[in-house]
Design a protein around this ligand. Structure first.
Ligand code: GLA
Length: 388
């Protein structure tokens, strides 16, 4: 983290000729269990990781606001009273979206200079986008001496993504980036907003992210399709079970089984995934409370199978990585995040981690010709802001 802050400071000095006043710092996340449950009012388990986006800011001495992204070497400039999305410059939309939502919430935003730096891998399913949103919000709040409760920060950033960027995501990524706790797995009930941090027995298990380096489709299009299908499935159950069914969260597994033969495809499979996944998350949470990491791992494998067969958001590469994970002794493994490419998350015994990472990596390359990216994830604290 320290070196990313250094990098942001140096880039800021180089571009604007002075030090920044404030740094917003926000981590990426891994989704441990609960695939596509969040926008269905369901349950998720996740963890913030020790990869961060840093947004260094200071008030600008001119009318325009400027943002420079060090990873991409590009900059965006805009006037605060005329902020528009830019289809050629999507990364800046995450920053602009947060500014727009802060304005809508009546929070102060004056023209600013900013630099974005980070080491959250992009496109790996660890939510570099949410970390950029949250780091921006943390930086701008601190810069203006404003504050918001943590939940409001997460929700504001989700609205930025839903409304400004146009991605109908749930709250998982922003929640995890804000609420992360060192060495703990987060549990969240997205309906009631009840959440807790459950310690992962340290010294015994760790998380390894393996990026398949293979993307299969335009994720945002598929994501929106699944979102729509889930809303249709909820409406189908609403007609039969009553108005209390707002989202698939409100349909029990027993009710699903009762109607399973009548609901048309593909809604049947989409609903089966979401409703069974909610049960797996609750089971996984209970297992972790008992210290039964093996059971949590079984839920992860079952989750992957459900995503693959019923939600159809896996890829042959992700399936292969999960198969290899099982062969080489991972306690649990599954795709993490939206899917249709990206990465798997692997729960591995501490003593086996190095060997596991090496063997799965080599075998994956031998079978596909693709070099995967393998990261050991250290579970880290959530977002913060510091003054220079
Ligand atoms: C993406 C979204 C999240 C969540 C996951 C799938 O990461 O941003 O809100 O829906 O996909 O579980």
């Amino acid at each position: 983290m320290q070196e990313v802050i250094e990098q942001a400071r140096n880039a800021f000095r180089e571009r604007y000729g002075r030090n920044p006043a404030v740094y917003g710092i926000a981590p990426g996340r891994v989704e441990v269990l609960g695939n596509h449950t969040d926008y269905n009012g369901g349950y998720v388990m996740s963890a913030a990781i020790d990869r961060v986006t840093v947004v260094a800011v200071d008030k600008a001495g001119r009318g325009q606001s400027w943002v420079f992204a060090t990873q991409k070497g590009v900059e965006a400039t805009f006037a605060l009273d005329a902020i528009q999305p830019d289809p050629h410059d999507r990364w800046a939309d995450y920053v602009k979206g947060v500014v727009v939502e802060m304005q809508k919430a009546g929070l102060p935003v004056e023209p600013f200079d900013a630099v974005v730096a980070g080491n959250v891998p992009i496109g790996a399913g660890v939510s570099s986008s949410a970390s950029l949103e949250v780091a921006t919000a943390m930086a701008l709040l601190e810069l203006h001496g404003a504050s918001l409760p943590q939940w409001e920060v997460a929700k504001l950033c989700r609205r930025a993504e839903n409304e400004f960027v146009g991605m109908p995501c749930g709250i998982l990524d922003q929640f995890s980036s804000v609420f992360g706790e060192r060495d703990s797995i987060l549990f969240l009930d997205t309906r009631t907003e009840e959440h807790e941090a459950i310690p992962l027995p340290t010294g015994s298990f760790g998380l390894i992210l393996i990026h398949s380096m293979a993307q299969h489709a335009l994720v945002s299009g598929d994501y929106a399709t699944r979102h729509r299908e889930c809303m249709e499935a909820a409406a189908w159950f609403r007609e039969r079970l009553g108005e209390h069914v707002q989202l698939l969260r409100d349909v029990s597994w027993e009710e699903f089984l009762q109607w399973e033969s009548q609901i048309p495809e593909p809604l049947r499979r989409r609903a089966r995934h979401v409703i069974s996944e909610n049960r797996r998350v609750l089971e996984g949470r209970d297992a972790l409370h008992r210290g039964d990491v093996a059971r949590l791992g079984e839920m992860m494998y079952a989750s992957h199978e459900s995503s693959r067969a019923d939600y159809e958001n896996s890829t042959p590469e992700l399936d292969l990585l999960v198969k290899l994970a099982r062969e080489y002794g991972a306690t649990g493994a599954r795709l993490t995040g939206a899917g249709w490419g990206g990465a798997t998350i692997n729960l591995v015994k501490e003593a086996q981690m190095e060997e596991f990472a090496r063997r799965v990596g080599e075998e994956y390359t031998r079978l596909t010709g693709i070099q995967p990216m393998v990261y050991r994830c250290h579970i880290a604290q959530g977002a913060t802001a510091i003054r220079e």
